[in-house]
Design a protein around this ligand. Structure first.
Ligand SMILES: [Zn+2]
Length: 226
């Protein structure tokens, strides 16, 4: 009985370790999902900035063409008043062009910052993706090892105790799978199941004391007297 309890603990430990690792990998997956979404946002932002930059460059080109046209037109003018008016128009367009140039510079600086941030995040993401890949491989190896141990357990259990009948072994296996960790539970001193706290009938208590391993009505684990 003690050896069966020991094997039960080993199986429960393996199940818990596999569960913890799966949870860990899932959490890292979620974190990487957030990083990827952020990267997408930055990429979109950069695209938007580049589009705006392109529009401003076209605007600047248009204003510069207008200035060149005005300079040509000025050569055709005869009166000083007309020439002054044209100079005023050209000066206004030059101010407009310089404002567009500053906006272009600002956009370029911003685009540069976003690109830098984007590259930084990209390298962080690829680093973490690589690390996750390694951990996944390790987890798969561990899962295979655990599966091999678990596969050996029934045979070991069969060797361990000839007193444990095939029927009890089957009941134990099914109780372990139902409970998710341990297949055995100790009968508490006050007549409760120590795993789930269910109050046990006198029949169940005496069955447990007699080593019949009756299942707990609350959690399905087999009840063993300490
Ligand atoms: Zn119970």
């Amino acid at each position: 009985m003690r050896q069966l309890a020991e094997l039960d603990r080993t199986a429960a430990k393996l199940a818990r370790a596999a569960e913890a690792r799966a949870k860990e990998l899932k959490a890292e997956d979620a974190a990487l999902g957030v990083l990827r979404a952020e990267l997408d946002t930055f990429t979109q932002q950069l695209k938007l900035l580049q589009a705006r930059l392109h529009t401003r460059e076209l605007e600047l080109k248009t204003v510069e063409q207008q200035i060149a046209r005005n300079e040509d037109q000025k050569l055709q003018l005869k009166s000083k008043a007309d020439m002054d008016r044209m100079d005023g128009q050209i000066a206004g367009r030059r101010i407009e062009a310089s404002a567009i140039e500053s906006a272009i510079l600002e956009s370029m600086e911003l685009a540069e910052r976003v690109e830098k941030e984007l590259n930084g995040r990209r390298s962080v993401l690829s680093e973490r993706e690589a690390r996750l890949g390694v951990r996944r491989e390790k987890a798969a190896t561990e899962a295979a090892e655990a599966a091999a141990v678990l596969a050996r357990l029934p045979a070991e259990r069969a060797d361990v105790s000839n007193r444990v009948s095939a029927q009890v072994r089957m009941a134990y296996e099914s109780a372990r799978q139902t409970a998710g960790d341990h297949g055995l539970s100790a009968l508490g001193g006050e007549g409760f199941c120590s795993a789930c706290g269910t109050r046990l009938t006198p029949q169940l208590q005496s069955g447990a004391r007699a080593g019949k391993l009756p299942p707990c009505p609350g959690c399905a684990r087999l009840l063993a007297a300490e």
